[in-house]
Design a protein around this ligand. Structure first.
Ligand code: NAD
Length: 336
């Protein structure tokens, strides 16, 4: 039985924030859900939450968001997949205002616990040049050579959390997410990440009969992907742990992008002609999560294999695309 707490979820209109708000409500907590997007664009809306539309880059909005509450999960950021972060570095860096002002408000309003969503993009690029990445350890973030723009903002914000803890006694927890995927997230429009993009492209191919799929880079680049349910459990475990330093939260089941496409083709029961685009944004060559620390401290291990999670994600995206098609929303998505 958990004590009922008043918890703010910043970025609750987004993918992970929406799932987290749902989980916290199910656990019996009072939730204030905050996002900059109009309510009708949130992936999940819960009428029982206190839903606020606020730009959290603004200091006064952060004070309004946290006032009267006990804890804060900061999942708000201007972000997306490689296609977005490589072309929107300034916008990504401006998310520094969200975390800075939320931390100030948390300190001044007497918040008990604060969670910050960092990223594997903080890791030194020179340790990610080989597709056969042995797994990034937490110490591999330094010496610092983070992903330009987005990664530097995350690294700076991690340190801001650390110094609010050291100097002001604010209890902060920081998780470095490795790619998270699942239903109720972005699958088109330019911010989508590889798993959702692959599902969408395979669905488009099977609907239109155009059997070609475009893959960014040569397809040999590697990543690991964590299903959303594992991520939510990990966020919870880290928030209520004694772990003061940033810690990896990700899967260590590394696959190449080609293997990810194989998997989606299997799920769809289709084989496509692959066309590789060497000029498209690709990110680092190889990235994986070393889970030694999280296993040692929390015994946390992802429970959902990639194929199973991808199947659920694929089904959800297919349903959404069918609905989009029926509603004739915007352009004909299958012909783009
Ligand atoms: P998302 O884009 O779905 O959610 C982020 C939400 O923040 C969006 O709904 C957006 O509208 C909101 N937001 C942006 N600017 C805001 C502002 N000024 N004020 C209020 N809200 C604002 O992304 P996500 O995948 O749910 O990611 C959540 C967090 O996890 C982010 O901090 C992200 O950087 C981090 N992260 C995610 C992944 C991943 O694979 N999804 C990987 C590493 C780190």
């Amino acid at each position: 039985m958990v004590d009922m707490k008043k918890i703010v979820v910043a970025g609750a209109g987004g993918f992970i924030g929406g799932h987290l708000a749902k989980e916290l409500l199910e656990k019996g907590h009072q939730v204030r859900a905050v996002d900059i997007k109009p309510l009708n664009e949130w992936y999940q809306v819960f009428p029982e939450a206190d839903n606020l539309v606020l730009d959290l880059r603004l200091k006064e909005n952060c004070y309004q968001a946290v006032n009267g509450y006990n804890e804060v999960f900061n999942l708000a950021a201007d972000m997306g997949g490689m296609g977005f972060i490589e072309n929107n570095k300034a916008a990504c860096m401006l998310s520094v205002l969200i975390n800075t002002h939320l931390l100030m408000a948390a300190k001044d309003c007497g918040i008990d616990r604060y969670f910050y969503a960092s990223s594997a993009c903080v890791y030194n690029g020179e340790k990610q040049t080989d597709p056969d990445n042995p797994g990034l350890k937490e110490s591999d973030a330094y010496p610092a050579l983070a992903e330009d723009g987005y990664g530097w903002e995350k690294l700076f914000s991690e340190r801001m959390c650390r110094h609010f803890r050291e100097d002001f006694g604010l209890t902060c927890r920081v998780a470095r997410f490795h790619n998270v995927y699942g239903p109720h997230g972005t699958y088109d429009g330019g911010r989508e990440k590889a798993p959702a993009a692959m599902c969408r492209k395979v669905i488009e191919a099977s609907v239109t009969g155009n059997k070609e799929i475009v893959i960014w880079g040569d397809g040999h680049q590697t990543r690991s992907f964590m299903y959303i349910d594992d991520c939510i459990k990990g966020i919870w475990d880290i928030m209520y742990s004694n772990i003061e330093e940033p810690i990896n939260l990700g899967s260590s089941e590394m696959v190449s992008i080609n293997q990810l496409v194989d998997m989606v083709e299997d799920i769809a029961g289709i084989k496509l002609d692959r066309k590789y685009d060497p000029d498209a944004p690709k990110g680092v060559r190889g990235r994986n999560s070393d889970n030694t620390l999280i296993q040692k401290y929390l015994g946390w291990e992802p429970s959902i294999p990639l194929k199973k999670g991808m199947k659920k994600t694929y089904e959800w995206i297919r349903e959404q695309m069918e609905k989009d098609q029926k509603n004739k929303k915007g352009v004909n998505k299958y012909n783009r």
